[in-house]
Write a protein that binds this ligand. Structure first.
Ligand SMILES: [Zn+2]
Length: 473
């Protein structure tokens, strides 16, 4: 399998630290507000990657953190006149609720920063002990110019970065490039006791400490949105490798931004679409199919047209499963089923193409195209079977099972509930029952009247071995 590594700037053969297992750390939300659809893209993508790796035999550990202490949380809490801890707890629950409603399974570990203060302080202490960080005014800063590898992920040169870290009031840093790993707390702010006085962790150190705790040195994949490459991920590397001298994450994967009118969706731009608002209007699978339709590294435009296209994809999948069920139900086993070689070939080919696309840097757009090839073959066979009045149920079953399994890896589940009653509205199904009863009672006039009303609605009744079925004319 090949995966594009941001650090190497090319696709590399995916080889894990421990054969057969894969450790993945993904930067989760900073819980100071509700998440929007742009936030959801990396969560969906890494869930797909984890499911795919499991499907090919890896034992996967997916760690996705919740940043529940940060400047933004304190700012918003002050603004709302609320305790930061309470605000973070409320938005952290909202995040879990929204993602569950969205159909995302929980990661294997979902650590919160405030539950790892000891690990964070220990890491800061090691940085200070080795001279890679220093205390100043109760805060601890990382000495960027002591870490030779600084800039290797983002490609930034320290010489050109002079002004990227603003010096804030009360900060006494040796160099403007230095960043805080531990922040002295102001009165009224949440704080924890530390060797440097009461304070709280900087954002970057939280992820370094938690990823190392759950996955260990040189873990396999560190991921997140593209916007985290600098400074967040660059700083995570510096903090980790300054202590260990060795590797932090072996591979770095970054997911492209969701844009509206070609501008990144973000709270600061003000063009966000909250996930929970989205779910009021759309089926969650529409958003998943929208994400899957593009390569994960590409930016993706959130537009009505693109969402409609994704909704159309979902309908095509539903129709396909419905067709399989109805053609198996409506045809008798008596006649000879049509020749199934083309569908048989398509099953083999689809499985192969899906694998090849997923192995090529998780190309879900290509994988989706492979699935639509199978949908076409199933539909064609179903048409032939319907005309012949006989279907090879085993063959259709194998085709739809494969489709269901591969769609499941992409996070899309289609159940009978999606198309039950699709053949006919409930009132028509009631008429079928009425006609059956009338026939049993030999009231043929009533039976014919029911049949005529069904016909007028565009359906016909077919008597099959498993009872009468409605089929659209
Ligand atoms: Zn992070």
């Amino acid at each position: 399998m090949k995966i594009y590594n941001t650090l190497a700037r090319r696709k590399e053969e995916f080889a894990t630290r421990d054969p057969g297992t894969a450790g993945i750390y993904v930067c989760g939300p900073t819980v100071y507000g509700l998440i929007h659809v742009g936030n959801a893209r990396p969560y969906v993508f890494f869930a797909v990657l984890a499911r795919y790796l499991r499907s090919i035999g890896y034992d996967v550990k997916l760690v996705e953190n919740i940043t529940d202490i940060d400047d933004k949380i304190i700012e918003r809490a002050n603004h709302e006149g609320m305790a930061p801890g309470r605000l973070a707890a409320a938005f952290s629950r909202a995040y879990v609720d929204d993602t569950l409603k969205f159909g995302l399974e929980r990661p294997d570990v979902e650590p919160k920063a405030t539950e790892h203060i000891q690990e964070i302080i220990d890491h800061c202490r090691r940085l200070v002990d080795t001279g890679m960080a220093y205390e100043s005014g109760g805060s601890v800063y990382f000495r960027v110019d002591r870490f030779a590898g600084y800039g290797k992920l983002s490609g930034q040169k320290t010489g050109q970065m002079k002004h990227c870290e603003l010096v804030r009031e009360g900060e006494a840093k040796e160099s403007p490039l230095d960043f805080a790993v531990w922040k002295a707390s102001k009165p009224g702010e949440p704080s924890w006791e530390s060797p440097w006085g009461p304070g709280r962790p900087g954002w970057h150190i939280e992820c370094t400490a938690m990823s190392l705790k759950y996955l260990g040195q040189s873990f396999d994949i560190h991921g997140g949105g593209r916007d985290l490459i600098f400074p967040h991920h660059e700083n995570e590397i510096a903090q980790a490798e300054a202590v260990s001298g060795g590797g932090f994450a072996r591979g770095w994967m970054h997911v492209g931004m969701i844009t509206t009118k070609e501008e990144k969706m973000s709270k600061s731009v003000g063009n966000i679409f909250l996930l929970r608002e989205f779910l009021k209007q759309y089926d969650p699978r529409v958003l998943i199919l929208f994400f899957m339709g593009a390569h994960y590294r590409s930016p993706l435009e959130f537009s009505e047209v693109n969402l409609e296209e994704a909704a159309g994809r979902l309908e095509r999948f539903k129709n396909c499963f419905w067709k399989v069920d109805s053609v198996i139900g409506e045809t008798a086993a008596a006649a000879a089923p049509p020749e199934g070689r083309l569908l048989e070939d398509s099953i083999g080919l689809t499985a192969q193409q899906f694998e090849a696309e997923m192995q090529d840097d998780v190309n879900t757009a290509g994988a989706l195209a492979a699935l639509f090839g199978l949908v076409r073959s199933i539909n064609e066979y179903a048409e032939l079977a319907s005309a012949a009045g006989s279907a090879d149920a085993g063959l259709l079953g194998r085709a739809s099972d494969l489709l269901r399994r591969l769609l499941g890896i992409l996070g899309v589940e289609i159940t009978e509930a999606d198309y039950a009653g699709k053949a006919a509205p409930q009132e028509l199904l009631d008429l079928v029952a009425l006609r059956e009863q009338a026939r049993r009672e030999k009231d043929f006039a009533a039976a014919d009247a029911a049949r005529d009303r069904i016909a007028a609605a565009g359906y016909e009744i077919r008597d099959t071995p498993t009872g009468p079925k409605l089929v659209k004319k």
